[in-house]
Ligand binder design. Structure first.
Ligand SMILES: Nc1ncnc2c1ncn2[C@@H]1O[C@H](COP(=O)(O)OP(=O)(O)O)[C@@H](O)[C@H]1O
Ligand SMILES: [Mg+2]
Length: 304
């Protein structure tokens, strides 16, 4: 099913160790360890403000972590974003960052500049050197547009694409740097259910090309369907990590999402109230006598 071409399954593609990021007095990420293996899809979840995006920024060189190390395929990553991309780590952003006034195809071609000798400016200015490399680049870019389902929009301006397609284009552009690891920050934010479903398929297809994926996502169904492993970040710290089943069942995770009441009083009174109401409803449904149903509903006033 999985056909990794970049690294053998089982070997670590990404190793983040003790990553801490402080902004003045605020510790946004605290001592986080995370490994992504070849052929893996790993999810990073947690409430808003948990430090997920900050952690991504530490992985990609956008932020220099206050403490900790980040290695890609066994080598310490540079602290310069373009060198991180060149090493093989690509990303998309929570807030879409496309070149709005460039076409779909041009956006993907820009994503390829780390893989072509000619570089970004040459690509943008269409220099003679670039012309030679252009055919190959365009072929590859078109392949990626086919892959992401955007080929028919190649000449549209990025800003005219619907939101869901802009997110796809960001993925196509990230793939254009031929990464071994793709980081997706909330890839389905703002998408409708069909688009979310299509993105799920796309992420599986990316993994099947041998690209490891680390994704931040709020849509729990999406995360638990897709991910081999999920790490939960709460207030900058890794709370739990495990398979989807383990993480879904962990009460600390539920508490982190639902908030206080779960931790303090699990609400015995409320539970028995609900159980009584359910028993009552079941009895009413089983009893075909309308008089008896009406009687217990009306005069008793329900449970309590
Ligand atoms: N550049 C920054 N300067 C100061 N504080 C920041 C910066 N980036 C993020 N933070 C803070 O770090 C915390 C984590 O934010 P973020 O990583 O965006 O969370 P998440 O992506 O999990 O919602 C928040 O309290 C946020 O305000
Ligand atoms: Mg975020």
């Amino acid at each position: 099913m999985t056909t990794p071409t970049i690294a053998k399954t089982g070997t670590a593609v990404l190793e983040a160790s003790g990553v801490t990021m402080r902004f003045g007095g605020l510790t946004a990420v605290r001592g986080v360890d995370l490994t992504v293996g070849a052929g893996e899809i790993v999810g990073l979840i947690g409430p808003n403000g948990a430090g997920k995006t900050t952690f991504f920024n530490c992985l990609t060189g956008l932020y220099v972590p206050t403490e900790g190390t980040v290695s890609y395929q066994g080598t310490r990553l540079s602290r310069k974003p373009h060198l991180v991309t060149q090493a093989g780590v690509a990303r998309t952003f929570q807030n879409i960052r496309l070149f709005a006034n460039m076409t779909v195809l041009e956006n993907v071609l820009v994503g390829r500049h780390t893989r072509t000798k000619e570089g970004l400016w040459s690509a943008l200015l269409r220099s003679p050197g670039f012309k030679k490399a252009e055919t190959t680049s365009e072929e590859r870019a078109m392949e990626l547009l086919e892959f992401t389902g955007l080929a028919h929009k190649r000449d549209h301006l990025a800003r005219n694409l619907p939101y869901g397609e802009q997110r796809k284009l960001e993925i196509a552009r990230a793939l254009a740097s031929e990464p071994g690891l793709l980081l997706l920050d909330e890839p389905t934010a703002g998408m409708n259910p069909q688009e979310t479903r299509a993105t799920e398929e796309l992420v599986f297809a990316i993994r099947d090309k041998g690209i490891a994926v680390l994704l931040i996502e709020h849509d729990m169904r999406f995360v638990f369907n897709l991910c081999d492993r999920v790490a939960v970040l709460v207030q900058g710290e890794k709370l739990v990590e495990g398979t989807s089943d383990v993480v879904q069942a962990d009460e600390r995770v539920i508490a982190a999402y639902l908030g206080e009441p779960f931790e303090g009083d699990p609400g015995e009174a409320e539970v028995s109230e609900v159980e009584a109401a359910e028993a009552h409803a079941a009895q009413a449904a089983a009893d075909p006598d309308p008089a008896s149903t009406e009687d217990s509903d009306g005069t008793e006033g329900g449970p309590q």
